[in-house]
Design a protein around this ligand. Structure first.
Ligand code: BES
Ligand code: ZN
Length: 608
């Protein structure tokens, strides 16, 4: 293949993407050649911190002489074509920021199989290699992957676009004392060989490929659901997630049959950068939702709901991210309502609405990033993945529901999931579907375009109210009117009420006020990660340094970005605070996944 200069390669690639594919974040040209099935055969080496092996693809070739894969930081050792493994030439293009390099493989017009031999490099951002100290049991190392949005290409050469679905089988060799699990059919016990085989029969996009390796054990919750975790974590996790089966039943009753057979959750070490990740058949979850009282399980409902919105009906590009997350938050709340009632969900809605307002304040009222439909061309998709997709997305759907009534909306959503199962959807296709199937038949005139292509929150938003929170607000006001904390009616408050209480305390309290609350309610020492994180944020804003040692401990242990960003950001507002933030970060950084360090390096102005 001719060597092209960086400049012209970029232009060529850019034009190709424009012409051939609407996904700006993949080099693949699926109209020419698209992958249909992956056979992955890899070995996980904890010593070298590398995965190596081969990825063999069955392809659908529409008569092209070239197939293009996405890669980032991979060492490509060789490529062969056909069952007979004929050597072929390939070219790894110039690396582009976020996107990595296109791997262009020469094939024949009748080529049906491509085998890529590779190993991961130093900068495999999907992977987090943990040493024993960074796990719960501190005995064995651990590895997990995080693919969404465009990180799967850092550990597997693949057509890494949410619009491209394929089935996969995998064979994974790991050290004998460890077990491997994937977003596929999974083992429930270790075996002696350290070799595990997996099958994912339903076609999925690359961002849902996932692997965890560690000292992992399994316990069932019921016939269809169960939990994976380190030995010391498993019993608590089984207790916490006791209602998983009921959630699954409720979800099926709402929007149709669960298409993925089993539903399990793996509780990962605390450095996992997200609350949860909807890897099919096996949700990856942070241990910070193990509150001990089952109060943070809406996260499980959320990841489960993705089994329909996201995994079954998938956003076509990352510009359509709200199609994944907005629908999922809506669905999550419907599951929680079915199990725990309306007043529970009203609390979730108000908290979500506050998150939305906070996000709009941060981004700016007129920011294009407050549109539901995003324009992430030339940007890391991760930058656009804010609360807007989640909270404005669900608010849009709730506003439609309020207009047509729940009954009709549910019929519509059932049909939506059925019609679009195992397909991808753009915002535009959805809007057309919405208009034809729901709005026109019911003669509803809605400002749909304002919601989707406009900034902020439209005036007709179905704003949430919570009676239980109104009582919390009474307590806040009493405290501000100098009542003693013991005189506030906090009895029977759940996590969400405490969260509302802490979040809505003003930012000009005296140290004495903060200390009074802390003494009465043990907030600095709260074992509930949500309450603790909200309290630490309040402590920063009110200069309540008593909480700092605990906060530092939290920041060193927990890698969940949602908690980290507000705390580091809060600290960085003052010179002194920024110094402390950098000090803590220098100790904590090795415990964070690349997803979190990417954000925090930028936030604290640290060269990575
Ligand atoms: N799919 C997301 C996580 C994600 C989003 C990963 C964007 C990479 C890029 C997952 O379903 C999610 O939304 N997790 C939330 C929890 C949820 C209850 C809102 C989280 O991690 O906080
Ligand atoms: Zn989600």
């Amino acid at each position: 293949m001719a060597v092209v200069s960086c400049q012209s390669l970029q232009e060529e690639t850019h034009n190709d993407i424009q012409a051939m594919s609407k996904d700006q974040h993949s080099f693949a040209k699926p109209q020419k050649v698209v992958i249909k099935h992956l056979d992955l055969n890899i070995e996980v080496d904890f010593e070298k911190k590398s995965i190596s092996g081969n990825a063999s693809y069955d392809i659908q070739n529409n008569g092209s002489n070239e197939v293009v894969f996405d890669t980032r930081g991979l060492n490509i050792e060789g490529v062969t074509i056909g069952e007979g493994e004929q050597e072929t030439s390939f070219e790894l293009g110039e690396a582009r920021e976020f996107l990595g390099s296109p791997l262009k493989v020469d094939i024949k017009e009748n080529t049906k199989r491509v085998n890529i031999y590779y190993s991961t490099g130093k900068e495999a951002h999907a992977l987090q290699w943990l040493n024993p100290q960074q796990t719960a049991d501190k005995k064995h190392p651990f590895l997990f992957t995080q693919g969404q949005a465009i990180l799967t290409r850092t550990w597997i050469p693949v057509q890494d676009s949410p619009g491209i679905r394929f089935t996969y089988n995998a064979k994974v060799k790991v050290p004998k004392e460890l077990m491997a699990v994937m977003s596929a059919s999974n083992p429930q016990a270790k075996n002696e060989t350290g070799v595990y085989e997996f099958e994912m029969k339903q076609p999925i996009p690359a961002y849902l490929l996932a692997l965890s390796v560690g000292d992992i054990v399994f316990k069932p919750v019921d016939e269809r659901t169960g939990v994976y975790a380190e030995p010391s974590v498993i019993d608590g996790a089984v207790y916490e997630f006791a209602d998983m089966g009921k959630m699954l039943d409720a979800a099926e009753k709402l929007y149709g049959k669960y298409q993925w057979e089993r539903y399990d959750v793996i509780v990962l070490p605390p450095s996992f950068p997200f609350g949860g990740m909807e890897n099919p058949r096996l949700t990856f979850a942070t241990p910070t939702i193990l509150a001990g009282d089952r109060s943070l399980t809406s996260l499980v409902a959320h990841e489960l709901a993705h089994s329909w919105s996201g995994n079954l009906v998938t956003n076509a590009t990352w510009d359509d991210f709200w199609m994944n997350e907005g629908f999922t938050v809506y669905f999550e709340k419907r599951i929680m309502e079915a199990l725990y009632g309306e007043d529970y969900v009203d609390m979730l809605s108000v908290l979500g609405f506050q998150d939305l307002q906070g996000e709009i304040d941060d981004l700016g009222e007129e920011s294009e990033d407050t549109h539901l439909k995003l324009n992430l061309a030339g940007r890391d998709p991760d930058d656009g993945m804010t609360n807007i997709a989640y909270e404005k997305g669900t608010l849009f759907l709730e506003t439609i529901e309020a207009q047509v009534g729940r009954e009709k909306f549910d019929v519509f959503l059932n049909k939506y999931f059925e019609t679009n199962a195992f397909k991808t959807i753009t915002t535009e296709t959805f809007l057309e579907y919405l208009d034809n199937e729901l709005l026109q038949p019911n003669q509803i005139n809605m400002n749909v375009d304002e919601w989707v292509y406009g900034p902020g929150v439209p005036a007709n938003a179905h704003a949430p109210v919570s009676e239980r929170f109104e009582k919390v607000e009474v307590s806040i006001n009493r405290f501000l009117a100098n009542y003693n904390p013991s005189e506030l009616e906090t009895e029977g408050w759940t996590t969400h009420e405490w969260l509302h209480f802490v979040r809505n305390l003003p930012d000009n309290l005296t140290i004495d006020d903060m200390a009074k609350l802390d003494e009465a309610f043990g907030l600095t020492n709260s074992g509930n990660s949500e309450i603790a994180a909200a309290w630490f944020e309040k402590s920063i804003n009110n200069n309540y340094e008593v909480a700092y040692p605990k906060m530092e401990e939290f920041l060193i242990k927990v890698g969940r970005r949602k908690f980290l960003v507000p705390l580091y950001k809060g600290l960085a507002k003052t010179e002194e605070g920024k110094k402390l933030a950098k000090e803590i970060y220098s100790k904590a950084r090795t415990n964070y996944h690349a997803v979190s360090t990417n954000t925090l390096d930028a936030l604290l102005g640290i060269e990575s």
